[in-house]
Design a protein around this ligand. Structure first.
Ligand SMILES: NC(=O)c1ccc[n+]([C@@H]2O[C@H](COP(=O)([O-])OP(=O)(O)OC[C@H]3O[C@@H](n4cnc5c(N)ncnc54)[C@H](O)[C@@H]3O)[C@@H](O)[C@H]2O)c1
Length: 431
């Protein structure tokens, strides 16, 4: 069993550390945020992600948490799982990666640095040079991008579609591949740059499908077709498959928005204008704002109207608010003069402008002129109830995720509008 060190106790670092401990490795996770390490040392989970508490409890003996980089001196593998947020130019900010390199302790024996953070193509080469300049020629380097999705992160790590390992020295790649051996996963071996690009290209392909189906939804709205049926029919084509064809109010989260910007910027820094990706990003921005148009079509001016935003996290199963569509909706509604109440079962709504956060769906919809489903939490599947109908001032539901059944919701007396589905007659200008 290997001695593994992990830099970063966020979604990727904690899941990587806990899952490698579950596979039998001895793991030390280091972060720079004392509150996070204190919580983990008390056995508490610092963010919401299913499956982590069990892993932490089961692997106490093999999993330690520390603020000290020096405690990773005896590790054979050093996973870099720090955040790489966008800079104002859209490029990835690699300052945390460089900080890790600067803080590497004097290593006891041969070790390999394993890059799991999402980084621009060419980063591995720069890091390799940086390591060499610091006299760390013996430290191996491997690119091993992570594909987990929040909400299903533990399952994704333990049952990956593939593990990508990019290395210039085959022996370094072999060592990292051996760590994953118990998973019996498909392993793609390649050079460092190609591994870096696999991650960016896979995310771009997923975002392209989302923006594609959202544009199809918008054409469905203009022509009376139902995007849910259209997506089903398209997805049954074996050449296409059903995934990421769910129309909605656009993607958010800590990865897609920043990784798309980073790839677009990487391309333009290299002299190439990535037109398709630029359109994917623009479609996504416009998609979030279409909800405002739908609300106005039913309510007229939004000034003084009470709107319930249901679901605030960028997707169900996580409390992550980074780049959540709710942030854009809240800001737009605030600017329109609406009175907004927000509810989420786990997210704290941090960063929302002008929103009163409430504990229950009932509080959110009380007296509301419209309710917007922003995140498809399972708790919202029963929204079209007689109690909610009676509580709302105006029983309008805008379903940003096509979670509810349109016919049943309308039969329950609601004015219902989804995304890309035949809409009811609108009554613009009425109160
Ligand atoms: N969240 C995802 O779904 C996901 C999926 C695949 C890849 N990624 C990529 O993985 C990377 C990490 O993402 P995340 O969501 O886990 O980020 P995160 O912000 O949740 O966690 C990063 C952690 O690194 C810590 N950190 C910063 N500097 C450090 C240092 N010098 N030493 C030790 N710890 C340090 C931070 O305090 C933070 O706890 C990013 O590049 C991201 O794009 C994320």
């Amino acid at each position: 069993m290997a001695k593994v060190g992990v830099f970063g106790a966020g979604w990727v670092g904690l899941v990587t550390g806990a899952c490698l401990a579950e596979l039998g490795h001895d793991v030390v996770v280091r972060d720079v945020v004392p509150a996070k390490i204190d919580a983990l040392n008390r056995g508490e989970q610092p963010f919401h992600e299913d499956g982590i508490p069990d892993l932490l409890a089961r692997n106490r003996e093999r999993l330690r948490f520390t603020l000290e980089a020096s405690e990773l001196a005896d590790r054979e593998f050093l996973f870099v799982c720090v955040d790489t947020p966008p800079t104002p130019s859209g490029d990835a900010d690699l300052s945390r990666v460089w900080r890790v390199i600067d803080e590497l302790p004097a290593l006891a024996g041969h070790a390999t640095l394993v890059m799991k953070s999402t980084v621009p193509v060419g980063t591995g080469e720069k890091v390799r040079n940086g390591l060499d300049e610091r006299g760390l020629q013996a430290l191996g380097y491997v690119s091993n991008p992570e594909f987990l999705a929040e909400g299903t992160a533990v399952r994704d790590f333990m049952h990956p579609d593939r593990v990508v390992i990019g290395a210039s020295e085959a022996a370094d790649g072999d060592g990292v591949a051996a760590l994953y051996a118990p998973l019996e996963a498909v392993i793609l071996r390649c050079d460092v740059k190609s591994a870096e690009m696999v991650k960016l290209a896979a995310n771009a392909a997923l975002m392209t499908r989302i923006s594609f189906i959202n544009e199809i939804a918008n054409v469905c709205e203009a022509t009376g077709a139902d995007v849910v049926k259209v997506a089903e029919g398209v997805g049954l084509d074996r050449r296409l498959g059903p995934h990421f064809l769910r129309a909605g109010i656009g993607y958010g989260g800590s990865c897609f928005p920043k990784d798309s910007l980073a790839l677009k910027q990487l391309a333009s820094n290299s002299g190439y204008h990535f037109q398709l990706l630029a359109a994917v990003i623009e479609v996504n921005e416009l998609q979030k704002r279409r909800v405002i148009g739908k609300l106005k079509a039913h309510l007229g001016s939004l000034q003084g109207k009470r709107i319930a935003l249901l679901g605030l996290a960028f997707k169900p199963g996580t409390d992550d608010m980074r780049e959540a569509p709710s942030l854009v909706l809240a800001a737009r509604l605030h600017a329109e003069g609406a009175e907004v109440r927000g509810w989420d079962p786990v997210a704290d709504g941090s960063g929302l402008a002008g929103v009163t956060l409430v504990e229950t769906v009932a509080e959110a919809v009380a007296g509301a002129d419209a309710a917007v489903i922003v995140t498809e939490w399972p708790e919202l599947a029963g929204l079209a109830s007689p109690e909610v109908h009676a509580a709302m001032a105006n029983p309008v539901i805008i379903d940003g995720r096509n979670l509810l059944d349109p016919a049943a919701t309308r039969a329950a007396g609601f004015v219902y509008e989804g995304i890309g589905r035949p809409a009811p007659a609108r009554v613009a200008g009425t109160d």
